[in-house]
Design a protein around this ligand. Structure first.
Ligand code: ATP
Length: 352
């Protein structure tokens, strides 16, 4: 199902939880709504589901305006944060619930539940009660229950929140594969950027009730459009005086900038790929990160963070080093631009 939202606004008293949010989602896409707590993610999901009424704006499913449709008439499956299984019902009855309410034939229900048990890897557990299942299994029952009436749109609110880290990773992969196989448009809410990046075809970043950016994870990572997105996605440090960085002298004085560790090399002048585009700095802190060192280096422009291979000589706080900043995201007000180190592209001198 294709989804379109136009100018969705929702107020709770004086507070605007959603501010003129507009987006389009293609059929069959897996979308992650990502953002900090309280940003308005769940409010958007609930408006799509019909559980909240927008104060302004329209929602279209396959071109049809659905604002006035009741939740049960919208063709959606909803998985809540705490998955809300019926505690006194078996796995079978939980999955069958939506179909039973629709008064489908017993045989038809049995066939559909059987298909879903297979799909979700729950076969053999159909007679168990929710408390006899692990967290991951309970979550699968919640998916199966939402999928049973063959919804056109699946909405998941923090689907992995209550599950421990390892099972969470497995479930993510499982969900992604299952959604791909079913081809059903799916939107899930998360505040975990790793989860959104790994699972989603596209991400929508919500902050302060606004949609800051929508795009593929790579697109958002490479081309953040707002300062908030640049700082929220990936690991970042903020520089207050980026114009003091070698290769970035052209930046306006009042601009601020964000640097990611992947954009920075730190070491001896010989180790760096463009010594002429590098500058002196002093190591402030060094952390062992398992697969590499994290090195914080103080430059005139501010403190930058870089990773250093365990194969290279270890650095210590106080060491004088060279730092090469390949790229920064500079922002003035609400615009954000990606800038490359200009000294790197200087033509090499030619000696005759
Ligand atoms: P979280 O990740 O913490 O679930 P979220 O991004 O999903 O956050 P929402 O649940 O959409 O955020 O809430 C957005 C804002 O609206 C919050 O400040 C919240 O307190 C407020 N809010 C949500 N529902 C209501 C309500 N029914 N009445 C009043 N305020 C509400």
């Amino acid at each position: 199902m294709r989804i379109k939202a136009e100018g969705l606004t929702k107020r709770f008293g004086d507070f605007e939880a959603s501010k003129e949010v507009s987006f389009e989602i293609e059929d069959g896409k897996l979308i992650g709504i990502l953002g900090p707590s309280g940003g308005g993610k769940t409010t958007i999901l609930r408006m799509l589901a019909g559980l909240e009424t927008p104060d302004a704006g329209d929602i279209f499913f396959d071109g049809r305006r659905v604002n006035d449709l009741l939740p049960q008439s919208r063709g959606i499956g909803f998985v809540f944060q705490n998955y809300a299984l019926f505690r006194h019902m078996t796995v079978f009855d939980n999955i069958a619930f939506g179909l039973t309410v629709q008064k489908r034939k017993k045989q038809e229900i049995a066939a559909r539940v059987s298909e879903l048990l297979e799909l979700t890897g729950l076969r053999g557990l159909e007679k168990r009660l929710p408390h006899q299942l692990s967290g991951g299994q309970r979550q699968r029952v919640a998916f199966a229950r939402a999928l049973a009436p063959q919804p056109q749109l699946l909405l998941l609110d923090e689907p992995f929140a209550a599950i421990d880290a390892k099972v969470r990773k497995e479930l993510r992969t499982w969900l992604k594969e299952m959604i791909r196989r079913l081809g059903i448009t799916t939107i899930f809410v998360t505040h975990d950027q790793e989860e959104a990046v790994e699972v989603a075809d596209e991400i929508m970043i919500i902050h302060g009730g606004r949609l800051e950016q929508q795009g593929t994870p790579l697109d958002i990572y490479r081309h953040p459009r707002t300062p908030f997105v640049a700082g929220f996605v990936g690991e970042t440090t903020v520089l207050d005086r980026p114009e003091l960085l070698k290769g970035f002298e052209e930046i306006a004085r009042e601009a601020r900038a964000v640097v990611r560790p992947e954009f920075v090399e730190v070491g001896t002048a010989k180790e760096l790929s463009y010594p002429n585009a590098s500058e002196r700095g002093v190591v402030r802190d060094v952390y062992f990160r398992g697969k590499n060192w994290q090195v914080d280096v103080e430059l005139d422009a501010g403190v930058v963070t870089a990773y250093r291979s365990l194969e290279q000589d270890a650095l210590r706080p106080g060491d004088e080093v060279w730092a090469l900043v390949h790229r920064i995201y500079a922002f003035e007000g609400e615009t954000c631009v990606s800038l490359e180190n200009a000294m790197k592209s200087d033509p090499m001198p030619v000696y005759i």
